[in-house]
Design a protein around this ligand. Sequence first.
Ligand SMILES: Nc1ncnc2c1ncn2[C@@H]1O[C@H](COP(=O)(O)OP(=O)(O)OP(=O)(O)O)[C@@H](O)[C@H]1O
Length: 674
Amino acid sequence: MMPPNEQESSFPIIPGENRNQTSPVQENRSSSPSHVIPCLDDDDEGGPGPSHRSRQTSVLRQSLRPIILKFEELTYTIKTQTGKRSYWFGSSEPKQNRLILNGVSGIVKPGELLAMLGPSGSGKTTLVTALAGRLQGRLSGTVSYNGEQFTSSMKRRTGFVTQDDVLYPHLTVMETLTYTALLRLPKELTRKEKTQQAETVISDLGLTRCCNSVIGGGLVRGISGGERKRVSIGQEMLVNPSLLLLDEPTSGLDSTTAARIVSTLRSLARGGRTVVTSIHQPSSRLYRMFDKVLVLSEGCPIYSGDSGRVMEYFGSIGFQPGSSFVNPADFVLDLANGITSDTKQNDQVETHGKLDRLEEQNSVKLTLISAYKKNLYPLLKEEVSRTFPQDQTVNRSRAKTVLTNRWPTSWWMQFSVLLTRGLKERRHESFSGLKIFMVMSVSLLSGLLWWHSRVAHIQDQVGLLFFFSVFWGFFPLFNAIFIFPQERPMLIKERSSGIYRLSSYYIARTVGDLPMELILPTIFVTITYWMGGLKSSLTTFIMTLMIVLYNVLVAQGVGLALGAILMDAKKAATLSSVLMLVFLLAGGYYIQHIPGFIAWLKYISFSHYCYKLLVGVQYTWDEVYECGPGLHCSVMDYEGIKNLRLGNMMWDVLALTLMLLLYRVLAYVALRNL
Ligand SMILES: Nc1ncnc2c1ncn2[C@@H]1O[C@H](COP(=O)(O)OP(=O)(O)OP(=O)(O)O)[C@@H](O)[C@H]1O
């Protein structure tokens, strides 16, 4: 077996000239998408076309850098639960190690399209994720990109399309790709040029027809699965990545769409990019578009090399297909499952028992694995080590043009795009009629219940103030706990591509929610305050409103922190229910004589400070109420107020301010460690 594509290891690669000349699929260079920017082919410079287009092209070309991807002896192990759990203490049995990848090696050069084949569960996703630098856990072996490790500049040159599409459901195709372009394309391009780039990708991927339709997902009906997949690919293609990795981009698609996608990938590769994709069951038409294939069987490689030589190789080690017209992909997938043409014949005459058949399949797999180790691995190893010095040449020659560790856009640009995108995505949520209806009805109901309450009924009035602090603690807290668990996949996807700073995302996300978070309590307080007969002073009303709004911000911070730390909406909801119950009880309204050893609880309750402040601004020291027939007492002597120990209100404001900062910083730190 020859090492794959020996003759192609030298630079520069002229797209379209150096690939499988014998391949049955003829390369049609004119069919390449128009945005495919040849990496080292500068012939088209100064060619016809609008000046903005060539400027756009040259800016994007600068970001393109040929990448030789090498992976050697990759082994990945996970710890698995046995499933047997102790009732009281969780898992009782020790976790077992499970080998997911076992000694996988390979090399992919610019201009090449490598396909990973293998049965379901053979480790394709794991391998692509490892190559994209996103695999957590115990990975041994080496992955290098031009001889370097996965740096943050490499992160921005790598496009990674996951198996599951992570997209915002309420944005349209056009909005999705435009926002991605605005965030990911370099600041040297104008806003208009970035939008044009998004439009080009839309037309190249055949998405023009649905460009104004929403993405959809979950309960929202939107574009089809294939269109969604193409949007995900488009997001990565937009930035002209030097290395493009895709996990099963054709699964669930019809054969024409799948062929179109693979053909696009091939064109991208021909433009000087390194393209790696895992694929489930390609047709022979698709198979012929691949330059190299890597076949996995239960995490072990059984073939790695030129796609056109696969039949020849397996034939040389004694595995022939049953008929002469066979899809090579079907043939290798059968082999990866341990199924040979003999097994199939035996199955037809049912000479084997189930156990025999399994044994036979395992023995085929073992034969294939050891044949790979004996015949292919030494050649592959040699090729991997032989290509190494050229990596250094590439590094040195391109070093000057490489812009390392730079964000594609400025902080403000990131902030403004993320803010606008977030507002668009959540417009239906923020201005949800249900939320407004709920707040309006609660405010009207409480206004009626407390209708024109008087100081004489001080307990009722104080109860209304406590209700303000509790309701506007619960409501924003519960709204906020879901934010980060819901955003997690998108945040991971975009942050691992190095698109924006966490600070710009975090501030845009929290600022975006503020208008609605503050408008609703303002409506509520305005209605309930005047209906409830609280002090008819504009100053007191405004101060009451300010305190409630401040409380909302603190409660929102607590919710954000809980959501970000736990990253599980269910757990966060349970914990916040317990927390709010504690704050409610320790708030100082229900229990006035809390035992000393547990009285400290109120100091960590933001509702307590809010309640204290509300009472403090509502009543003055000289105010009296009717404490019995003909008897007048000072409101400050009313038991519920006296036990609050009203003093300098600045301390309460300070305590709330500390909480406001602390919880938001906590949420930020938790997101950093995501
Ligand atoms: N974190 C994990 N916990 C448990 N099992 C895991 C984990 N990651 C991977 N596996 C297991 O490793 C094996 C390989 O998974 P992987 O997703 O890479 O396979 P695949 O070839 O991509 O499969 P498919 O084609 O069905 O997507 C599977 O058996 C999977 O169950």
